[in-house]
Design a protein around this ligand. Structure first.
Ligand code: PGA
Length: 251
């Protein structure tokens, strides 16, 4: 079986001012620097205005930086947008794309997510492509077909295990305190791995993260599930101690 190193990613969403972000990132970078060899990669994705200061603060540490979105264009007359080139310039190695909050609040389609991922890849960024069903879709027995459709539509040409990470985030589990059961997660991650196999030649090496109310108390159980290669963490990534405890649950 392919060796997949776990990725513990913090999605700060629209939270934190400069001082908070610097404290949080510096604390995590310090812990990582002091921990020696760890069995996971760690990533923080602050809001855009914090990317440069946080990037400067963690430079040289193993803590990676990512954006929460990017444009599918490189530059030009696109008011309010941020390009992958700019993310790269700020020190980002990753970008979250197609998060359910962007799909819902900004009407992002699979095709747009694929275009953004393609643009991110062109700049050498790793795209973390998010997929996940709503509660109504799960109740209607459509969870697997919805996720298969999102994957097929959101993966750009040229995607592979080095430039793409998938995050499975059931919409009903995000910020709600509800988590999918380990059995549900196992089944969905196996399904995602199988679907990836239809599109990518190195599907076995793609990291598939779980996200949705991951916290220190459930991390060990979730991270031990087959085909779960890390976590995309929202609320619990805003406290260094909690985020570190989630990472420490990785074996
Ligand atoms: P949550 O968010 O951990 O607060 O549920 C996860 C996410 O939306 O990435």
């Amino acid at each position: 079986m392919a060796e997949r190193r776990k990725l513990i990613a913090g999605n700060w969403k629209m939270n934190g001012l400069k001082a908070d972000g610097l404290d949080l990132a510096s604390s995590l970078a310090g812990r990582l620097n002091g921990a020696g060899a760890v069995p996971f990669d760690m990533l923080v994705c602050p809001p855009f205005p914090l990317l440069f200061p946080v990037g400067e603060a963690i430079k040289g540490s193993p803590l990676a930086l990512g954006g929460q979105d990017c444009s599918f264009k490189t530059s030009g007359a696109h008011t309010g947008d941020v390009s992958p080139v700019m993310l790269k310039d700020a020190g980002c190695a990753f970008v979250i794309l197609g998060h359910s909050e962007r799909r819902a609040d900004h009407g992002e389609s699979d095709a747009l997510v694929a275009a953004k991922a393609k643009a991110a890849h062109a700049e050498g960024l790793v795209a973390i492509i998010c997929v996940g069903e709503t509660e109504a879709q799960r109740d209607a027995g459509q969870a697997e077909s919805v996720v298969a459709g999102q994957l097929a539509g959101s993966l750009p040409e040229g995607a592979n295990a080095s430039n793409t990470v998938i995050a499975y985030e059931p919409v009903w589990a995000i910020g709600t305190g509800k988590t999918a059961t380990p059995d549900d997660v196992r089944a969905m991650h196996a399904h995602i791995r199988a679907e990836l196999g239809k599109a990518l030649s190195d599907a076995g090496a793609v990291r598939v993260l779980y996200g949705g109310s991951v916290k220190p108390s459930n991390a060990a159980e979730l991270m031990a599930v087959e085909n779960v290669d890390g976590a995309l963490v929202g609320g619990a990534s805003l406290k260094a101690e909690d985020f570190w405890a989630i990472a420490a649950a990785c074996r």
